[in-house]
Write a protein that binds this ligand. Structure first.
Ligand SMILES: *Cc1c(COP(=O)(O)O)cnc(C)c1O
Length: 394
């Protein structure tokens, strides 16, 4: 068996990057547009908080970019997921299907509703939820009773499916929609990582009844902290706005609220940053794609590891670049991490799978062998926009 060439892997990463003696981060936000003038306008006009024109403008431009009817800007992506689940009808005691391979926010949002994450396996081709395997699993454990899906093993309703577009690569959405129709499940997309990612020509976030975006500092565009709810359903859009703005009944002076709402509205200051960032998104995507091409070329000749490319039929935003070790070299993951990080190239493993976290240990689940294999083999490498915009090292 061939040994894994650790030096070769470090060299390949470095060869795709601009020349620099500084340590290279995994992510780095970039502020080269109208950030300063827009923020200054907020300060000068004193519209920094819950009132101001940038929130409306950001929502309108975001909806246009993603080709959805309505975008509602909120304080972060986790809050967006929370409200999406509530609006999709998820209640305490329900189960919601999520991938085991995801950032903890996906599972936390389910738990905030008093619901239980039901863990599903990923597909090797997308790194996201596997529709075929989910269909098989549901055929085994679920039934339709009184027009709704029920888990025969736990007796609980299964209310929704919440796939996540891992590292900006779209889940196979059409077969997933089919599974949801068949089993009467609401489809909600965790699109936190996939702004700028298209599945069969349509922007992600258009396939579920609702979708959540994140604008955290490490995401493809940032508002400092922030998120958004996307929907093509006008009524759900109206309710999303209502629920995220304390469920206040509009009135010129009266303070009245018609349900327990949330203070999840994005402040104007953050939305100003968002407007400036959104203007630069096409450039960011081009830089990300250029960097992806360089990594792909650099790893073409390296044995035992491959660069993960966008699934057929999708156009990924390449938010976070990914290497996959061959299964035979999975035991050398930590050696690669050590070599790359020691060389100043920030490199990370995937998230710990949800069922290994203490609070989700008891979660119902299907066979998770692909997720477990991916967890052993995934390495994320430096992905900042500036790395793609600059000239490569070699
Ligand atoms: C970033 C992220 C979130 C949540 O975003 P925050 O804005 O940090 O709350 C949710 N899901 C996934 C998969 C993410 O990567």
């Amino acid at each position: 068996m061939n040994a894994l060439d650790l030096e070769g892997i470090v060299r390949a990463i470095r060869s795709a990057l601009p020349k620099s003696d500084e340590p290279v981060q995994l992510h780095e936000p970039r502020f080269e547009g109208n950030e300063w003038p827009y923020i200054k306008e907020c300060l000068d006009t004193r519209w920094v908080s819950s009132v101001g024109s940038y929130v409306d403008r950001f929502e309108k431009e975001l909806a246009e970019y993603a080709s959805v009817k309505r975008a509602v800007a909120v304080v972060n992506g986790t809050a967006a997921l929370h409200v999406c689940l509530k609006l999709a009808g998820v209640r305490a005691g329900d189960e919601v299907i999520i991938p085991a391979l995801t950032f903890v926010a996906t599972a936390n949002a389910v738990a905030y509703c008093g619901a239980i994450p039901h863990l599903a396996d990923s597909a090797e081709a997308t790194l996201g939820l596997d529709p075929a395997k989910l269909a098989e699993h549901l055929a085994e454990v679920a039934e339709i009773a009184d027009g709704a899906c029920r888990n025969r093993l736990t007796g609980r309703p299964i209310r929704a499916v919440l796939p996540m577009h891992t590292f900006g690569h779209a889940v196979d959405l059409e077969p997933l929609q089919e599974v949801c129709r068949r089993w009467k499940l609401a489809l909600i997309e965790d699109a936190a990582e996939s702004l700028g990612t298209f599945y069969q020509g349509r922007h992600t976030g258009n396939y579920g009844c609702l979708a959540a975006l994140s604008f955290n500092g490490n995401k493809i565009i940032t508002t400092g902290g922030g998120g958004a709810i996307l929907t093509n359903d006008e009524e759900l859009g109206r309710l999303a706005k209502h629920l995220t703005t304390t469920a206040k009944v509009p009135h010129r002076w009266e303070f009245s609220h018609d349900q327990v709402g949330f203070n999840y509205r994005m402040p104007n200051l953050n939305a100003a940053l968002g407007c400036a960032q959104l203007e630069q998104l096409p450039g960011f995507l081009a830089a990300k794609r250029a960097l992806a091409e360089r990594y792909r070329a650099a790893f073409a000749g390296v044995r035992g590891i491959r660069y993960f490319s966008e699934p057929a039929g999708s156009r990924s935003n390449y938010w976070l670049n990914t290497l996959l070790l061959d299964e035979t070299h999975a035991d050398k993951r930590d050696a690669v991490l050590a070599a790359a990080n020691s060389a100043g190239l920030t490199t990370r493993p995937a998230w710990t799978l949800m069922h290994r976290l203490p609070m989700f240990q008891e979660a119902p689940r299907m066979d998770l062998s692909v997720s477990e294999s991916l967890e052993r083999r995934i390495l994320n490498i430096p992905s900042g926009v500036a790395l793609g915009a600059g000239a490569p090292h070699a």
